[in-house]
Design a binder for this molecule. Structure first.
Ligand code: SF4
Length: 285
């Protein structure tokens, strides 16, 4: 497979320079380098600028309701465990409308990859504050400055028992490609929260903002991604310096691996036996 094999007839409609482009380049590269084929992959999108990505990447696609991408993806994975299931959702969709789903999906450890397009705003609706907007930021919806503190996806995922917790940057497609490959190969729930500058509405969290602050945990010889305490400490670093890379990886059995009824042929491929509905109702009564 080549990168072009994942192209569709649609051109991305994002604003020129949008951070979404870097994520899609990295995702396509990762799929090619892993030897996956379009009919092996299901892309589930949330609502947000990233959501129309299902039209730009040739694979199975599902554009879910706002905040509901995760339960859709978990259900799809249970129905067909042979499918590589990847979720793309914005920070509002992930940590606002979908926050409860996020926490419980991390706890459940379904074998899916969650790529968050984190631009610290609701950008599709032209720039309101989102859960990852910094306290005090003035936006269209917070003209006097945001009252709430910023949600911390790394800390939340680690506290919920996340087995693969990572952060990428859409301005570094090679590193992001490698991170997404590791996330897809991880047996269990994998989070890749990606700083994705919105060049149109966010004039604070720009590419330069991140380039001036980011340091790569993967390049630190004394940082070990199997140390939960160290991961929690790094997750709290925010301000003039911001860590990215693989914070934590641990192996525990995935949700589907606990279910003997999923062994063998995927549920979606098994023949449906039509049974007497009256008898079925009595059995469940
Ligand atoms: Fe990207 Fe922002 Fe444009 Fe949306 S509004 S496509 S996030 S630059």
């Amino acid at each position: 497979m080549q990168e072009k094999d994942f192209n569709t007839s649609y051109e991305p409609s994002w604003c020129p320079g949008c951070g979404n482009f870097g994520i899609f380049i990295a995702l396509k590269n990762a799929l090619v380098e892993l030897g996956l084929k379009p009919d092996n992959v299901l892309l589930v999108a949330g609502i947000g600028c990233s959501g129309n990505g299902v039209n730009f990447l040739k694979a199975y696609g599902w554009h879910s309701l706002h905040g509901r991408a995760l339960p859709t993806a978990v259900g799809a994975k249970l129905a067909n465990q042979n499918m590589t299931v990847i979720v793309m959702a914005g920070d509002g969709d992930s940590y606002g409308e979908g926050m409860a789903h996020f926490i419980h999906a991390v706890r459940g450890n379904a074998n899916i990859t969650y790529i968050t397009h984190d631009n610290s705003l609701y950008s599709l609706t032209t720039g309101q504050s989102a859960p990852t907007t910094d306290k005090g930021t003035r936006t269209k919806s917070t003209p006097d400055g945001l009252i709430e503190v910023r949600a911390n996806p790394m800390s939340l995922a680690l506290s919920a028992g996340g087995g693969f917790v990572s952060r990428g940057f859409s301005g570094q497609a090679d590193h992001l490609t490698s991170l997404i490959k590791k996330a897809i190969n991880h047996e269990g729930f994998s989070l890749v929260d990606v700083f994705q500058p919105c060049v149109t509405f966010n004039k604070i969290n720009t590419f330069k903002y991140y380039l001036d602050r980011l340091y790569n945990l993967d390049e630190q010889s004394n940082y070990k991604a199997n140390n939960l305490e160290a991961a929690h400490k790094e997750a709290l670093v925010w301000g003039n310096k911001i860590p990215y890379g693989l914070f934590y990886q641990d192996k525990r059995r995935s949700y589907g691996d606990h279910l003997p009824q999923l062994k063998g042929q995927p549920l979606a491929k098994r023949p449906v036996k039509v049974r007497n509905i009256d008898q079925l109702t009595r059995e469940f009564a």
